[in-house]
Design a protein around this ligand. Sequence first.
Ligand code: JFZ
Length: 407
Amino acid sequence: MWKEKRFGMFIHWGIYSVTGWHEQYQMHAQIPKEEYIKLADKFKPLCFNADEIVLLAKEAGMSYICFTAKHHDGFCMWDTKYTDYNIMNTPYKKDILKELEQACRRHNIGLSIYYSLPDWHHKNAYNPNSTHQLPVPNKGDEPNMQLYIEYVKNQITELCTNYGEICSLFWDIPPNIYDASVNQLVRTLQPHILINNRGYDEGDFQTPEREIPDGYSFKTPTEACQSVGVQSWGYRKNESYYSKRFLCQSIDKIMCMGGNYVINVGPDFNGDLPEQAVKLIKGIGKWYQSCKKAFDALPATEYISKNDCLYTSDSNNLYIHINHFPVSDSLALDPIDFLPEHAIILNNGEQAKCYLESLPSLCAEGKNKPKEYLQIRDLPIEKFANEVIIIKLSFSRNILDYIKKLV
Ligand code: JFZ
């Protein structure tokens, strides 16, 4: 189940989108709580169309979305009975989580929920042992972790009861308090759920963020997350966007290591996604869809660290990922000394041109006679300068076993 859900869409959306600055506006701009809550009276995203967003994810080859039910500001994007500070008390007056959930069911997309443990609104939530806290508690706050955990449990019970099957739970910001009863509750309500490691215990999977880790493969189940925006996860009016090439490289690296990946977008105050975000998701999606099979294969870079490329493999197939900046239009694939039966550039489905060639660069000053190795030439590096080129080579035997014997 986890292995199949490779690629997802993270959605950061809350009343902070009205400011168009950052999802942590309240804390960074030091807005007093009484002021900040007025954003709720302005939240009326009439252009929001859950189907449109879910279909965008689906067209990009994603199999789930992860939605911020509650971010650090404490505002709840669902119909909760445990606080009035929720979506039903805005001019919009509709349960946005419900709308997304129904769209997910219509289009067969999984639903995952993000829930922030820092809460800048709830009077018991201030936690000096954690990060992402207000510099000082709000006036009148009564910090009390026991009472706050009760609140979290009540809300999580709603989220795990009223919205059908939840594929994963993304706690945010470790509270540095150990309390296994919280995830136990989640698991009784949602027996198939997977829980990340940012909650009250270690959970099921790790969540590296905005980072491209070293190594060949992850040793624990991993879901990496990354936003299309450099500055913010929530809607930002003057956002700087990552390049398509950078995002493709990041997705490629994480997936070659066997991880899942969620890429984030932030709808604006009208409920629309920024044009550049949509363009990026569509571009990345097209690339991902054509290259998908390379990610269903297993990590193999460890066995063939040649040419700076990344590798994945399933029995007779070897996928070569030109994840680095392509300095030339050819690839020497020594020690492979025979031709594949098929060679396809997944990006456009065209044949890759394979030759057996002796290469001067592989000769050691007349010590060895030139031997012939597999060489791929004329790669479309200009055409796909904004993506990672992935080549599928199909052989008549198990290619990893063979290579392991050669080296
Ligand atoms: C958190 C939030 O503060 C942020 O607004 C966003 O929601 C993001 C997905 O998660 O930010 C983090 C959380 C963890 C790390 C860094 C930023 N971390 O583990 O390095």
